[in-house]
Design a protein around this ligand. Structure first.
Ligand code: C2E
Ligand code: MG
Ligand code: MG
Ligand code: MG
Length: 277
């Protein structure tokens, strides 16, 4: 339509369009193709149980093999959410995470597997049916599966329903609030939703051990509500020690390990020792 208005008009339109918008358009096109071609891969970041000092599970984090590089989710998940492509990507992530969890169970033992789910996925009416179909097809241990939903997603325009979360919970799957403390939300939802875990956002963990106020508050709140606490983004031994000594259940971060490709995960679990970190 812009072109029909004449070359001058088009040039104007093109100039007016920001570089970012053009990149976005191109990304959307190749992202659509990526879904069909299966260009995604999962990496797995270990979660350490502070009681045992052992790796107890992981978080699955998606990457996109594109143009010879591994693109981080921050660069394509927002576009996938806007276009709705996140729905199919998310089902692939879930399928792949279930496959890997079942395989590790036979090769190593039970390891929890957390998968990120966005509000856009949960607000799709077919989500529950598709989700259950994936679980059935993979014979996954439901109590080892965890869905991470950001606090802002729970409060978003898509309005993830409490009913849906209860149905997911009734399957035996655990629910975790990601980036907890950053969502400008009321605390009332914590009482009304069937949540199991609060993940302390990395921005608060990075204040440790200097400013302990918010991690202390979240761990306390979590205890009062009978939830478990996971700290994300721990990068120093001081943070690890403070969290262990102050009642946090699990940690995850570069101090322990960056997200690992599938084949590197079990070797890591077999050799990692908390004392050496
Ligand atoms: P998130 O769920 O909060 O995941 C944690 C992010 O923090 C990951 O980034 C992880 O690599 C990074 N991280 C972990 N430890 C450290 C640390 O010690 N220091 C620093 N600086 N960073 C650390 P990643 O993999 O780039 O993922 C970014 C976000 O993309 C995730 O944040 C999540 O919201 C989203 N995402 C990733 N995979 C999926 C997915 O399969 N589906 C959906 N819907 N979203 C996903
Ligand atoms: Mg997460
Ligand atoms: Mg997080
Ligand atoms: Mg985060």
């Amino acid at each position: 339509a812009a072109k029909a208005a004449g070359p001058g008009q088009w040039a104007f339109f093109e100039r007016a369009m920001t570089e970012n918008a053009l990149i976005r358009l191109r990304t959307e096109g190749s992202l659509r193709a990526a879904v069909d071609r299966g260009e995604f891969v999962l990496h797995f970041q270990p979660k350490v149980d502070l009681g045992s000092g052992r790796v107890a599970g992981c978080e699955a984090l998606v990457r996109w093999r594109h143009g010879g590089e591994l693109v981080a989710p921050g660069r394509f998940i927002p576009i996938a959410e806007e276009t709705g492509l996140i729905y199919d990507i998310g089902l692939w992530v879930l399928r792949e995470a279930c496959r890997v969890q079942a395989q590790w169970k036979t090769q190593f033992g039970p390891l929890s597997m957390a998968v990120n789910v966005s509000a856009r996925q949960l607000s799709e009416p077919s989500f529950l049916d598709d989700f259950m179909a994936v679980l059935r097809a993979n014979r996954v241990d439901l109590d080892l599966l965890e869905l991470e939903i950001t606090e802002s997603a729970i409060m978003s325009q898509f309005n993830v329903s409490a009913q849906l979360l209860r149905e997911i919970k009734a399957l035996g799957v655990r629910l975790s609030v990601d980036d907890f403390g950053t969502g400008y939300s009321s605390l009332a939802y914590l009482k009304n939703l069937p949540i199991d875990v609060l993940k302390i956002d990395r921005s608060f963990v990075s204040d440790l051990p200097g400013d302990t106020s918010i991690p202390r508050m979240i761990i306390g709140l979590s205890g009062q509500l009978g939830l478990r606490t996971v700290a994300e983004g721990i990068e120093t031994r001081e943070q690890f020690d403070w969290l262990r000594d102050n009642g946090c259940h699990m940690v995850q971060g570069y101090l322990v390990s960056r997200p690992l490709p599938e084949e590197a995960f079990l070797p890591f679990c077999r050799t990692w020792r908390a004392e050496a970190a």
